[in-house]
Design a protein around this ligand. Structure first.
Ligand SMILES: *Cc1c(COP(=O)(O)O)cnc(C)c1O
Length: 449
């Protein structure tokens, strides 16, 4: 077994992020302001530093990673890639299964890749405070840690259901100096409006984003940071795909199909965009986003302009959406409970460049448990979605006898999700299909542009 762990040297950490925009079949649909016109950089400057706004809109293919950011990335990058030999054996598949493991960051997931870059650019712009939202807690943890590295105070609005379900993610954020507030909160207009309509409301990412954006827009010392969805976040995550390509090249391999879990699209963009130029040049490669059936944004949502938050404070983005009033069911893959999706991922899916599938909750935990027994790592529930899809593909290969090369993103570990595993092991978890009438209702609430 010579090739089960594929490492790169520190010198092989990417020096530049890859921007997919120049390689897309069509230019991206612009973000729109309240007047229906494309948003200007000035409009975004109330909540983002200049370098981030530039990255959000740039047409440059390669963006240099600043030295201080790359220096910090060295703490856990290059992230390892493994060939899942034991899993292949257990499945009896002729397929080769590789996974890129992002759980090696101190925060336990890929999200620290972008948190460090965002904290750096805000510090450069003289910002002293950042607000953000967090669903499952992975992003809030990452930004709390990155804030502490750059001397920035971080306030995290945490979706209330997660605040209650995952107390140790809260402790983690507080240990790194973050301040954590359950959302909806009484401290913002957006939070108060939700609480007034429903005092027992357990929160959503859309609500927490409204609260964080409202606070950032109202204070000149405070900016806002988002953990997924936006172009610059996907850009920062392309270190995942760039490293993966180099790692597979080391063992002389190339994927036939790649799977990544999809919430807001930063794993999908981060892993798949660097492979997209090859696909455009004729490479036969399938790129598949995997989402939950309980939050089927790409597979069942509407492709339309919608807000990124409940209160309508964000620009309008053309994306697949379940409606900005979406109230998520309490499934355990908290990082996948967002009503919308990255505009870039949405457009590429709409154009048929990316594919998407949805998988039910129980099947994802079953896959996660099987994976942990084969490979050791206990995966985050979000990552279990990609594992499920990879296992199903490997089982199809067993039937057809095809020796495909499968790659997936193991986006984080599940050490703070053991309560979910407990429930799964005790037979208490359920499947949940997002109802069709809720989808129809969401369509009615889409803003008219
Ligand atoms: C946030 C998160 C996701 C989903 O977010 P994307 O932006 O869609 O990638 C997946 N896995 C983990 C571990 C996460 O923390």
């Amino acid at each position: 077994m010579t090739d089960h762990k594929i490492l790169l040297s520190e010198a092989e950490i990417p020096t530049h992020w890859y921007n997919v925009i120049p390689d897309m079949p069509n230019p991206p649909a612009p973000y729109l302001g309240p007047d229906g016109q494309p948003v200007t950089p000035e409009a975004l400057s109330a909540i983002f530093p200049p370098a981030i706004i530039e990255q959000e809109m740039t047409q440059e293919r390669w963006i240099k990673i600043p030295d201080p950011v790359r220096e910090i990335l060295r703490q856990w990058r290059p992230a390892p890639m493994f060939r899942a030999l034991q899993l292949e054996k257990m499945l009896g598949t002729p397929a080769k299964i590789y996974y890129k493991y992002e759980g090696v960051s101190a925060a336990g997931s890929h999200k620290l890749n972008s948190a460090v870059a965002q904290a750096y650019y805000n510090q450069q712009a003289g910002i002293k405070r950042l607000t953000t939202e967090t669903g499952a807690g992975q992003w809030g943890s990452s930004l709390s840690l990155a804030g502490s590295m750059f001397g920035i105070d971080v306030r995290v609005y945490m979706v209330k259901v997660s605040y209650e379900q995952k107390p140790f993610r809260r402790s983690m954020m507080e240990t790194w100096g973050g301040e954590v507030i359950p959302s909806p909160s009484p401290f913002t207009d957006a939070g108060r409006a939700v609480l007034e309509a429903d005092p027992d409301n357990r929160g959503s990412l859309g609500t927490a984003i409204s609260e964080a954006v409202e606070e950032a827009a109202s204070r000149s010392d405070t900016n806002y940071a988002l953990g997924s969805v936006l172009n610059h976040v996907l850009l920062h995550q392309t270190v995942i795909g760039l490293e993966s390509k180099a790692q597979l090249a080391k063992v002389g391999d190339y994927p036939d199909v790649i799977f990544a879990p999809c919430g807001g699209g930063s794993n999908v963009g981060g892993m798949m965009f660097p492979f997209l130029a090859d696909k455009a040049a004729g490479k036969d490669i399938r790129l598949v986003a995997v989402e939950p059936t309980s939050c089927p944004t790409l597979t069942k949502g509407h492709y339309a302009y919608d807000f990124g938050d409940v209160a309508g404070l964000t620009p309008l983005m053309k994306m697949f959406t379940l409606g900005h009033n979406f109230m998520p069911p309490g499934i355990h893959a908290g990082g996948l409970r967002y009503h919308g999706d990255s505009a870039l991922v949405s457009q590429l899916y709409h154009e048929g460049v990316l594919e998407a599938i949805a998988v039910p909750q129980l099947a994802t935990f079953e896959a996660g448990v099987l994976f942990s027994r084969a490979q050791g790592i206990i995966p985050a529930p979000e990552a279990c979605h990609a594992i499920r899809a990879a296992i199903d593909e490997a089982l199809r290969c067993k039937e057809t006898g095809e020796a495909k090369t499968i790659l997936f993103t193991l986006s984080g570990h599940g050490h703070f999700d053991m309560a979910s595993y407990d429930q799964y092991l005790a037979g208490k978890l359920e499947d949940y299909e997002y109802p069709d009438d809720a989808l129809a209702e969401a369509l009615k609430q889409l803003p008219k542009v």
